[in-house]
Design a protein around this ligand. Sequence first.
Ligand code: ZN
Length: 659
Amino acid sequence: MTRKIITIFTVFFVFSFVAKAQLSYENRYERPLGTVLNEISERFNVRLSYEIDTIGKKLPYADHRIRPYSLEETLTNVLAPFDYKFVKQNDSYYKLKTYEYHRRSEEEGKKMLEYLIATYSDKNSWEQRKACLKKEIREKLDIDNLLSKRTNSKPILSKIRKYNGYTVQNFAIETLPGLYTTGSIYTPTRKGNHALIISPNGHFGHGRYREDQQQRMGTLARMGAVCVSYDLFGWGESALQVGSASHRTSAAHVIQLMNGITILDYMLTRKNIDKDRIGANGGSGGGTQTILLSALDDRFDAIAPVVMLSSYFDGGCPCESGIPVTTSCGGTNNAEIGALFAPKPMLVVSDGKDWTATNAEVEYPYLKKIYNFYGAENRVQNIHLPDEGHDFGINKRNAVYDFFASVFSLDKSKLDEKLVTIEPEEAMKSFGKNGELMPENAIRSFDALSEYFDKKLYAQLRSDLSLEKKSQDWVSSLNLTDEKDISFLNTLIYNHLRKVRDWHNDHPYTTVPEGINPLNGNKLTILDRQMIANSAKPKEIHETLMNGLRRVLTEEQVEHILDKYTVGKVAFTMNGYKAIVPDLTPKEEEFILKNLKQAREEAIDYKNMNQISAIFEIYKTKCENYLNENGRNWRQLYKDFVKKVNEEKEAKKKLENKN
Ligand code: ZN
């Protein structure tokens, strides 16, 4: 089936489908969701952009849901059965989205804090709420279970590198058997007992290796605090152990917190750490970790979550919200979890362009009320930067330096980021550039951790990891040297493979009605129906991949990747034609190659080998028709070829028998 035919099929089926779905009481007046949304767009004269899947979705009581006087009431009614929502962009443009469990509206965030503060009027009632949250957050994370299974083995430490006013040393600590958390310790050069700042990372590109992260660690060390920066689970050196797809899991949520606590345990066994000056500081996802670490471990004395504390956003990565901690004790949010730290010193840094935009008017006044229960209103600070966005820029770092200088009595005269040495990524790694120094007992797959978690939940993850490995293998076969290109391509191909798989799984052949293939009058096979279902996937899936490949690769390299998708079918099939038609003309060869390449590009959007072969079959038929139209007899050529092959086989057999 060519794309055209598939389109014809699709149209054909949509029509027959609509015809079957007559409006009647018995079918609950069902109509296709896509059709209803198109009509709404016309009726109210608005543009709707779709970040939702409408294929095969039927809306019960469709026309009953329309409110001619209100677009928004209509959309609410129409989208509700599918757990979809709309987000207004302007008066004539709305985005349709899937439900986001980790995000609410600003208004809802505000209402929630008003509701919460009304439930505790003084220190006593707050302390009861606090006890409930502290207990339930631990239970939901099941963190005590993981903490009890840790190995307690001695950390692996690198040589110490000396810089201006501080040193850096890499470490790898075995947490669960065979699983390591890796990072670097920044220590002030001068003697004495030092404050300690645990510094979990967020999702800013390059993680803990990025320049602004190193600047912050080095500067705070120069000012007199030991700082520890460590990889996210499935990022940096951890990716060598468990693969980067394992980061986007609920397991990452609790493992990262276990890592933070384990690093703190270890650091407190080292000399020259002042146990009364323990801090935590991180931005974005590192802010989420900072807030949670402070709720889980009473040893922290001061914290600074940056661009993260919000009443209406829990963090969009499963490493922040994969385990539903914000459903604890009847419902909470990161602002209330942050408030558990009262009355100890806390700095909240916020900006005008993300979910911390309301901090100055909503979250911060709320925090002050909680701190006030302890008469400690002045121990919580907010630096709000309304013109800035979601990053860890210089103004945010300066706020953090000022805060820790003040609460931990650091030496502010040593604040000079220019005196920090930015190290290359390799220098910061415990296991060497490609993990060659990884200990023998180190686990090499996320599967090795499945015993600690619900096995069923990890079926999808295993599939993700196998796609990730596939994309890495394909990219590495290109022998590229630019690390940025390699990581871009790994992600690009991995995302494409996943989208193709997910579409296939979400749109089984049963979503296409039974029917007759108009080409041959036969009943549609399951494969036909599956391919019709798959051919309806949004064009962007294909275009994003192809545009991305062409952006960084030569045309020859792009073809190499497409051949990987289709296991070299173009060359294999071409060789077949050459064998069957020994006197193939250059013109014929050109025609066949062009068509096989077209087949290849189409086939990459299909999930399995059966489907990929079916696409090639369509183009092969086209090629064979072409040969017939140009004076050849394909059937005869093929027959002769088979005969020749069989004769050769016979001859070979005879020869072998003689010998
Ligand atoms: Zn994450």
